[in-house]
Design a binder for this molecule. Structure first.
Ligand code: FAD
Length: 700
């Protein structure tokens, strides 16, 4: 290392839900172990850094939100660098690396990071290390871990290059041939950017300062009995016999005290962050009892809260962790008798963690039970760093060895199969490893904030003044060797919460909205910036919304129905809805309402398919099974609406399969219609997105 001063770099992060922040903090933490000094700041704290004059290398970690937007905390920064008056070499002094986070289940993968990256490049900044694009859909760590690993060599090179030339304009071309690509042996598996294929990744040498080598025959580890099949609890050779490279133990930084002040009675979160408490005035089961999925419609009474929304907006709902899981966790941690104690959380003096902060989502003086119920996502799959830390609180040698395997490089495949892909949570680990007894502070350091769940409004306030409707499927996770059967956190809770007023479709409650005023939820509007009907009603629209994806379109159509009634002279464009479900008689959501829209002209075309119904008597061969098949059948109309009539295409629902299939079909339709190849069709589709005429509201 040339000199102390030169080894200082800056980390800037833009985080929406805390992931980019925790990765940035991890980089900051590891920097010291590699002989660097890192300063760290959120992009929103503009008074803490100045990229216009920054001579240190900068590492950006940026997540993506919404429809490919940078996180809220990066908005000001993005606005600043997008300023048109900046000259082309404004950032020619800047050497940087960027790690973009995204999810390939959504459109505009990693676009938050890409937006910053491309603008910095335009203004003359240079990479000292290639950009990483990490995919939450397949697991961020698949890219993040090797990217961080390659960063240290890239930093060494940039610092040595800076010291050689002793000026910031050093030629960095060598450094841009980064270790990240070299490590990956030039392998790309490219869906939407550079991604490292871990299987092919030749791991760089183990840094003895950073990692401890742990062997299976070390004295404090019991010999594992050989088992034929690997499971969460045990491994098989070669892993069980491997020398392990485990991550460095994350520095602890919190001190948690429980005070014997009774906080009994504190049961729901306070009215902060814009949440309002509203009552559920109606709950209707939209599917038959024998349908594969159970879809429920909720009606919320928002009349007293003067909450405004438009069809296309969504609402965040706060949901608690399951009481039974919180109880079990308390019992398991031997804290059952102290659940009503007030929790005081402070920073540990002398912690080596850089930029340590008490997590904002943990309220001071909240009761332990309250914090475990409302503030921490106890269902989240523990990250490798958490598993590493848990190992240090595990008495039994073979249990400890297994936890170390799961967080090691060698155990990556096991971690993916037995923890990440099966969504094992802390409680599942504590059940599987009975001698593990972590302190509360460890949970507070590693469990992420309990996030609200979003639901699209399935109503229009023109049709239902003072009310908003949602529709959701109760998510079900069947039992597996790693955990018992359970329902999705929010959907399972909502289903239980409304069970006393839930009624089957078509039945009428005793009074209009039942006597359910006491069933309450906390909601916060989550307006969409783009997913709305066009302001000009003559513009034709195509809506694709199978299953619960139909929710926002019910709102659109209720709105259109009312607008048509109020303004009979106006011209309304064609309105197409492509809907799909399994069975016509079991899960055709909003069937009668949709048929009414089709009958009264609100919908010009209602195109429906049923994926699991037997072919009808005519035995139609190649009958459409999924929405994309129907889109293909109506390709001419769809193409004409989009390409000739300046219409809009809306897609809502499942991100994992449907949205991708619809996108592929759209490329095919446009390619055929214009007789162009796929690449050119992709450009047209990108143009439609840009013009906000191809809009997605998708979730996984
Ligand atoms: P969670 O407990 O959060 O589980 C959800 C996911 O976690 C699963 O899909 C799976 O990937 C993983 N998971 C958790 N545990 C396991 C396990 N044991 N095994 C395997 N995987 C597991 N949903 C609707 O139904 N209707 C809507 O109108 C709607 N609108 C939305 C609008 C927006 C803008 C967004 C972002 C999302 C919307 N969603 C909607 C999705 C919704 O927010 C929730 O994600 C969904 O209801 C599941 O929530 P949950 O808490 O029940 O499930």
């Amino acid at each position: 290392m040339p000199c102390e001063v030169a080894a200082r770099f800056l980390i800037l992060y833009g985080s929406q839900r805390g992931q980019a922040q925790s990765i940035a903090e991890e980089i900051c933490q590891q920097a010291a172990e590699h002989g660097f000094t890192a300063d760290i700041s959120c992009l929103s704290n503009q008074h803490k850094y100045n990229v216009d004059r920054e001579i240190r290398p900068v590492v950006f970690v940026v997540s993506t939100t919404g429809d490919g937007d940078p996180p809220d905390t990066a908005h000001k920064f993005v606005r600043k660098i997008k300023n048109k008056s900046l000259v082309h070499d404004h950032f020619s002094h800047l050497r940087y690396a960027l790690l973009a986070l995204g999810d390939t289940n959504y459109a505009n993968f990693c676009n938050g990071g890409k937006t910053i990256d491309s603008r910095l490049q335009q203004l003359g900044a240079k990479h000292f290390y290639a950009t990483g694009h990490a995919d939450d859909g397949t697991g961020l760590e698949v890219v993040v871990d090797p990217w961080i690993e390659g960063l240290w060599d890239a930093l060494k090179k940039i610092f040595s290059s800076m010291s050689t030339s002793n000026q910031q304009s050093a030629d960095l071309s060598d450094c841009t041939q980064d270790n990240y690509h070299k490590n990956a042996s030039g392998q790309e598996k490219n869906k939407s950017g550079l991604e490292v294929d871990l299987q092919l990744l030749k791991l760089s040498e183990v840094d003895s300062q950073k990692e401890k080598t742990i062997t299976s025959d070390s004295s404090d580890v019991e010999t594992l009995s050989t088992a034929l099949v690997a499971s969460l609890k045990q491994s098989v050779p070669p892993l069980s016999e491997s020398v392990l490279n485990v991550p460095a133990l994350p520095a602890s930084y919190l001190e948690v005290c429980l005070e014997q002040v009774s906080t009994e009675g504190e049961t729901v979160p306070s009215d902060k962050d814009g949440y309002r408490e509203v009552s559920i005035s109606k709950a209707v089961q939209l599917t038959q009892d024998d349908a594969v999925k159970n879809a429920i419609l909720l009606e919320l009474d928002i009349s007293e809260q003067s909450i405004a929304y438009q069809p296309g907006d969504a609402f965040d709902i706060l949901c608690p962790n399951r009481a039974s899981e919180v109880e079990e966790l308390l019992l398991r941690l031997d804290l059952q008798t102290r659940k009503n104690c007030a929790v005081q959380v402070n920073l540990l003096k002398n912690s080596s963690k850089k930029a340590a902060k008490v997590p904002l989502h943990i309220p001071q003086s909240g009761s332990l039970q309250f914090i475990l119920t409302w503030c921490l996502e106890i269902r989240s799959a523990p990250k490798k760093a958490f598993v590493r830390a848990l190992a240090d609180f595990t008495q039994n040698g073979s249990e400890k060895r297994r936890l170390l395997e799961l967080c090691s490089k060698e155990g990556s495949a096991d971690y993916n199969s037995f923890v990440r892909d099966t969504n094992v949570c802390l409680l599942d680990l504590l059940r599987a490893f009975p001698s593990c007894l972590p302190p509360l502070s460890l949970l507070f350091e590693h469990l992420p904030k309990l996030q609200p769940r979003a639901y699209s409004a399935a109503s229009s306030s023109l049709q239902h003044p003072g009310k908003v409707h949602f529709v959701f499927n109760v998510v079900e996770f069947p039992a597996c060797p790693e955990h018992p059967a359970r329902t999705g956190l929010c959907t399972g809770w909502l289903a239980d919460h409304v069970s006393s007023i839930l009624r089957p479709l078509g039945t009428v409650p005793a009074s209009d909205y039942g006597e359910s005023g006491l069933i309450l939820v906390h909601v916060r509007p989550r307006p969409s910036s783009t997913f709305h009907l066009p302001a000009d009603p003559s513009i034709p629209v195509v809506m694709v919304g199978p299953g619960t994806g139909v929710a926002p379109f019910i709102g659109f159509l209720q709105q259109r129905e009312k607008e048509r009634e109020a303004n009979q002279e106006a011209t309304f464009g064609e309105t197409w809805l492509f809907f799909g479900c399994r069975h016509k008689d079991k899960d055709f959501l909003f069937r009668y309402e949709l048929e009414r829209f089709a009958l009264n002209g609100t919908l010009s075309h209602l195109i429906v398919c049923f994926s699991r119904d037997e072919p009808d008597a005519a035995g139609t061969v190649n009958r459409p099974t999924y929405v994309q098949h129907n889109l293909r059948l109506h390709a001419k109309n769809v193409a004409s609406i989009l390409l000739k009539n300046k219409g809009c295409l809306y897609v809502c629902g499942d991100a994992k399969n449907m949205a991708k299939d619809v996108n592929d079909t759209l490329l095919e339709i446009i390619g055929n219609e214009l007789q162009i190849d796929k690449l050119d069709a992709m450009k047209i589709v990108a143009g439609l997105r840009e013009e906000k005429r191809y809009l997605q509201d998708i979730w996984s």
